[in-house]
Design a protein around this ligand. Sequence first.
Ligand code: HEM
Length: 301
Amino acid sequence: MWRSSLRLGSWVGVVSFAVLVISGDAQAKLMFEQQPMKMAAAEALCHTEEPAGFSIMAVGDVADADCDSVQTFTVPALLSFLAHGDLDTEVKGIDDLVGEYRERYGSHYPDDPALGELAGEPVDYVPSLPVTYWGFRIMIGFGALSAAIGVVALWLTRKGRIPESRWFPRMTLAGIALPFVANSAGWIFTEMGRQPFVVVPNPSGVDGVWMYTAQAVSNVTTGEVWTSLIALTTVYAVLGAVELFLLVRYVRGGVAGVMGGPGGSDGPGGSDGPDGPDGSGGSGPDDPGSGGSGEALAFAY
Ligand code: HEM
């Protein structure tokens, strides 16, 4: 059972990543047209390039929008491909885009008291570069890593093999966590990359519609925000702790306690299964004969 569930999970990870590469590529092409600043911020691309290389990794402070202190390792022309499907498209850098954004959408926030301290101030059109640059790389990198773990797991468990090394279970456990981190990074990248807008203007569509995030702040006090944040975090933390507790008890109970193992009186072909409704199911969860597992699983049920 362990082997089949591991292989199923590995296939899901590998196939999902392949699908995400295709859908991510489509999203990138839309982003290039509709949110050019987000595209430049994802790359911390200060100056316009034609063709534009895709930065694999940066060393230095990517918040330095002049790129003076940043050394990036790039794959030539790959960003042009991601943006437009060819190897020579120009991708605009932050420098040029800031000028364009100011011209199109204004250089200052409206002088509206509802905007608080931002009223009448200059608009900063550059999103947080460390968040967007690293968010984009964590999204792709961790997704790729979890798919790579899936490929290794499929290879090592081929034709009935069960790997015995100690690092293997640890690696596969990491393979469960990595997509969650990749997902969160993708989401954070998307939301942070659209700043300072909550409704982003679309230069390839209806360009006259936009709203600054500062204009969308609702009339809720800081205390109220803290209260709901703490309440929700507490509820989820308690649920998480209970989940973990039950999970550990199930794992310690062992497979036999759930499936009916070799020592149990009802194997896989047993008449009423391990969790039969009448509770009399041989080596079922509350069968004392199945050792510690009975107690653990009885608790869980
Ligand atoms: C080559 C691989 C990938 C590429 C090229 C890619 C590209 C993108 C792009 C361009 C966006 C921004 C869309 C926008 O803001 O308009 C995005 C968002 C996102 N990506 Fe990826 N991605 C890739 C892999 C992944 C993986 C592996 C995951 C998760 C396991 C992931 C999860 C997300 C999520 C959750 C969002 C936010 C979607 C939303 O809130 O609308 N991506 N991706």
